[in-house]
Design a binder for this molecule. Structure first.
Ligand SMILES: Nc1ncnc2c1ncn2[C@@H]1O[C@H](COP(=O)(O)OP(=O)(O)OP(=O)(O)O)[C@@H](O)[C@H]1O
Length: 260
């Protein structure tokens, strides 16, 4: 092992969709793509291009019509979500409303909440890491939107799976809070080295923490590459057009906001 890498765990698993096809009844989606182990990949693309479906196929919430899903080289296509080495955080509704912060996080260790001392220690550590210490007994409704997403992240930390799927988890937060959350993801990734796939509509989010970009268009992978190349203008035409359009949308949103 080269010098300097010994302390950084590389526990992330590679994720591969091998000619995976899927359909909700109309146009088929076909994914043939590799996600590098232990990297952060931003999944981008226009609305309806298949980003959430791609994550759902990896997590096992949707099953391919044909093709295989491989995680760490193992074929998990027939495995239910609970047996796959992944955790997923959604845009909202990640928490059980009637359970406390501590219990919601504890579910990441034991679905029956029969928690050992080691589990309790892990939960306390994750709450500390996500800035939630002192809020253990609160219910989700007693938290802000950002805090609720932190609880979901804390649960991911105690599960400690090699693959983390994020489906726009910070989309409803304001820009400053979103940046804080992205920085938290990047810091946790630096500590643990898991594979992170995150869906985002915001090019600035991808630029902030993405190492790779997978760009979807119309149900297929239209382009893949290193984030720095994509954002240095060397990205494919389809990506540049999309980012240009997003930037124009952001400017018009800004203008509309100032008018009101
Ligand atoms: N439950 C469903 N039933 C039928 N069609 C669906 C369902 N979920 C998604 N679709 C369709 O499948 C396609 C891909 O949807 P998907 O949600 O994966 O796209 P997306 O890129 O995540 O979109 P967005 O950015 O708007 O969240 C779209 O055409 C969508 O209308």
């Amino acid at each position: 092992m080269p010098d300097g890498t010994a302390s950084r765990p590389e526990k992330g698993a590679s994720v591969r969709l091998d000619k995976v096809s899927f359909s909700y009844g109309e146009t088929p989606l076909v994914f043939d793509v590799d996600f590098a182990a232990a990297k952060i990949t931003a999944i981008m693309g226009p609305s309806g291009s298949g980003k959430s479906t791609l994550l759902n196929l990896i997590a096992g919430f949707e099953m391919p019509l044909s093709g295989r899903v491989l995680i760490g080289g193992a074929d998990v296509s027939a495995e239910p979500p609970s047996a796959r080495p992944v955790s997923m955080v959604f845009q909202e509704n990640n928490l059980f409303a009637h359970l406390s912060v501590e219990q919601n996080v504890g579910l990441g260790r034991s679905p029956s909440l029969r928690l050992t001392e080691a589990d309790q220690t892990a939960i306390a550590g994750a709450l500390e890491r996500t800035g939630l210490a002192g809020k253990e007994r609160r219910l989700p409704r007693e938290l802000s939107g950002g805090e609720r997403q932190r609880v979901a992240l804390a649960r991911v930390l105690v599960r400690d799976r090699p693959v983390l799927l994020l489906d726009e988890p910070f989309a409803s937060l304001g820009p400053a809070l979103r940046d804080d959350m992205l920085d938290l993801i990047a810091a946790v990734h630096a500590e643990r080295g898991m594979t992170v796939l995150f869906v985002t509509h915001q090019p600035e989010d991808a630029r902030r923490i993405g190492q790779h970009v997978v760009f979807l268009d119309n149900g297929v992978v239209a382009a893949t590459g290193r984030a720095e190349d994509f954002f240095a203008g060397a990205g494919p035409e389809v990506f540049r057009r999309y980012v240009g359009a997003s930037a124009r949308d952001a400017v018009s949103r800004d203008i509309a906001r100032k008018r009101t």
